[in-house]
Write a protein that binds this ligand. Structure first.
Ligand code: TYD
Length: 211
């Protein structure tokens, strides 16, 4: 039986997920809740190996979109079984940097694999672990890419090397998924100062979970 809190963070490149997740983890710890911070693709030894295959700029650059989707889902299945479900069963707060909605937006929409195919695979991979809250950090694709490029010294990973239209499709898809799932999603504008964005996230979390 699930007793913990499962919060996922989604958004395009450079939307600032990582720093907000760390700040939120500090908040949860300060109120006495044990917190697990994790990410996708990744979070377990096997899933981090799959992450390397997915993100590095090697000969894998020509990866088939279907193979790409299945690798993201394989990494997710391992992550859910080995880390997320046990942590939730132990009453922990799980903060996850990207989850199944990223596959819907990047592979389903931007790579054109279709919502239904991705939805089915997502359901299989998550094995019932549906987030209690998904924070979508929204900003224009171009702004996010500029932030990501300055962070990565203009050396983007494989998934960060697409044309602007790809990231615009990702953004549109996230907003559409959020609109279809208003009970689970909080859409937060992350184009302003970091502190402002974080206070909106914190307010949302406090309201929803009474923490
Ligand atoms: P991430 O480490 O969050 O990178 P960034 O900080 O640049 O956003 O995510 C890795 C990349 O993998 C990112 O470009 C999004 C992509 N991705 C997918 O395409 N599908 C997925 O299911 C997941 C989890 C990530």
């Amino acid at each position: 039986m699930k007793k913990g809190i499962f919060i996922t963070f989604e958004g395009g490149e450079g939307c600032g997920k990582t720093s907000h997740i760390n700040a939120l983890a500090e908040y949860f710890e300060s109120v006495g809740r044990e917190c697990v911070v994790t990410r996708e693709p990744g979070g377990t030894s096997l899933s981090e190996k799959i992450r390397d295959i997915l993100l590095k700029n090697g000969p894998e650059k020509t990866m088939s979109p279907r193979a790409e989707l299945l690798l993201f889902e394989a990494a997710r299945a391992q992550h859910v079984d080995e880390l997320i479900i046990p942590a939730l069963e132990n009453g922990k707060v799980v903060l996850c940097d990207r989850f199944a909605d990223s596959s819907s937006a990047y592979q389903g929409a931007a790579r054109n694999l279709g919502e239904d195919a991705v939805e089915r695979l997502n359901r299989f991979a998550v094995n019932g672990a549906v987030p209690d809250l998904t924070v979508l950090l929204d900003l224009p694709a171009r702004e996010g890419l500029a932030r990501a490029n300055s962070r990565d010294n203009n050396a983007p990973d494989r998934m960060g090397s697409e044309k602007i239209a790809f990231y615009e499709a990702v953004r549109g898809a996230f907003l559409k998924i959020a609109a279809l799932n208003p009970g689970r999603f909080a859409v937060i504008d992350s184009s302003g100062p970091k502190e402002e964005t974080f206070s909106k996230i914190l307010e949302t979390v406090k309201d929803k979970f009474n923490v």
